[in-house]
Design a binder for this molecule. Sequence first.
Ligand SMILES: *[C@@H]1O[C@H](CO)[C@@H](O)[C@H](O)[C@H]1NC(C)=O
Ligand SMILES: *[C@@H]1O[C@H](CO)[C@@H](O)[C@H](O)[C@H]1NC(C)=O
Ligand SMILES: *[C@@H]1O[C@H](CO)[C@@H](O)[C@H](O)[C@H]1NC(C)=O
Ligand SMILES: *[C@@H]1O[C@H](CO)[C@@H](O)[C@H](O)[C@H]1NC(C)=O
Length: 393
Amino acid sequence: MILAKCKRCLALVVVLFVGVAARVVFSVTDGELLLCSFITVTLDHILCLRNGNFEHGPDKSQLNGTVVTGRYAIPNWEISGFVEYIGSGHKEQDMILAVPQGAYAVRLGNDATIRQRISVTRHMYYSITFCAARTCAQAEKLNVSVTPESGVLPIQTVYTSTGWDSYSWAFKARHSTVWLSIHNPGVEENPACGPLIDLVAIMTLPPPHRTKGNMLRNGDFEEGPYIFPNTPWGVLVPPMDEDVHCPLPGWMVMSSTKVVKYVDSAHHEVPRGAYAVELVAGRECALLQEVATVAGRRYRLLFSVGDAGNGCNGSMAVDAYAARATLKVPYESRGTGGHKRAELVFAAVANRTRVVFHSSNHHMKSDGTLCGPVVDDVSLVSVGKHTARRLFM
Ligand SMILES: *[C@@H]1O[C@H](CO)[C@@H](O)[C@H](O)[C@H]1NC(C)=O
Ligand SMILES: *[C@@H]1O[C@H](CO)[C@@H](O)[C@H](O)[C@H]1NC(C)=O
Ligand SMILES: *[C@@H]1O[C@H](CO)[C@@H](O)[C@H](O)[C@H]1NC(C)=O
Ligand SMILES: *[C@@H]1O[C@H](CO)[C@@H](O)[C@H](O)[C@H]1NC(C)=O
C-alpha cells in the first residue's frame, strides 16, 4: 500500500496554496509578513513566521537551477544542506510541480535544514503547524525542533489525495528567543529526494485546564493546533513520547509512526463545537488521556463517535478502554456526517487512570487515503456517592 501511495506521490500534481489575500490587520514592513494574508481568523494568538510561506525567494545569483546556494538566500530563513526553492512551473522527471502563479515551496533534500529565529514568551505552550508533501519512496522523516526540544515526525504515510498534509508539533518555551528548525535527517542516493515544505505558522496553546463537570482536560478538543483556513484536510497530530507536549492539550498520541487527524467544522462534520479528532490509523494509534482517580471509585466516561462527513464510509467501531473496562462502539458510516453517544462505566484500580481510544479497523476513502471514525465531546465524571450527592443538591 505504501508503494501504491508512492506512485501517487510521484505523479502528484503539487498544488501550492495561494490564499485569497485577506485583510492584513497590522502594518507590514516590506511585505515580510505575507503569511498573515492567509490568516483570516483571530490573529492575536497566532504568530506569523516571517516569509512563512516562502513567497520571497533567493536572488538568482544564489540559485543553481533550483538549488539554493547561499545560507541566507531565502529571506528570513537560514538554511543548510541540500535545499531547493521550487516555483511555479517546475518540472522534474515524471513529476510536474503545478504551482499556481506566485506560489513557492522549499524542498529539504539530504540533511537539509531550514531555520528561523523567533520570539516567544517563556513558559508558554506553543504549537507549530506546517504543510509537507513527500516526494520520494523512502520512509521520510522530519525533525522539528525548537531549541532545546525536538521531535521526529514520521511522514511516510500520506493522508490526502493532493499529497500535502499538515503536521503539528508542540513545545513549551524555555527561552524568549528560540530557533525553530525543520530538518530532513535522511541521506539518500538522490540528494534532491526529500519533502516539500510550505506554510509554517506558530500558535500559542492555553495551559492545560479543566472545565466544570469534566475531569478530562480539553475533552471537546476545542483546543488544538492551528488549521490553515485554506487547507481542507485537517492537521495530523504525530505520536510523541509521554513527557513531551501534545498539540492537543491534555491528550497524548501513542504509536510508533502513525497519527491522529485534527479536523475542523469548516471542512468536516464534527459532533460538537468546532473541532474533533479523526482516528485514521486503526489500532496502530491510540488517543489517550491520563487522569487522577481514586482506586475503587466508579466513573462514567461519555463520548461521541461519528464520521467526519468526508466520504469515509463503512462499518466502523471505536474501542474505548479505562482501567479494566472496555467498550466497542460500532458505528455505521455513510460518510456524510453523523454521530452517536456512548458510555463506559468503570471502577478505577489505581490513582491514575488512562482513558484510551482507538479505531477498531483501518478505513479508506474511495481516493485511497486513510480515514476513520471521529471522536468528540469526551467527558469523565465520578459516579461515586459523594460526587453524585453533590451533583443533585
Ligand atoms: C550547478 O550545479 C551543477 C550540477 O550539480 C554543477 O555542475 C555546477 O558546477 C553548479 N554551478 C555553479 C555555478 O555552482
Ligand atoms: C533533531 O534535531 C535536534 C536539533 O537540531 C537534535 O538535537 C536532535 O538530535 C535531532 N534528532 C534526530 C533524531 O535527528
Ligand atoms: C461507500 O461509498 C462508495 C461510493 O459512494 C460506495 O460505492 C460503497 O458501496 C459504499 N460502501 C459502503 C460500505 O457503504
Ligand atoms: C499513586 O500510586 C503510586 C504507586 O501506586 C504511589 O507511589 C503514589 O504516591 C500515589 N499517589 C498519590 C497521590 O496517592
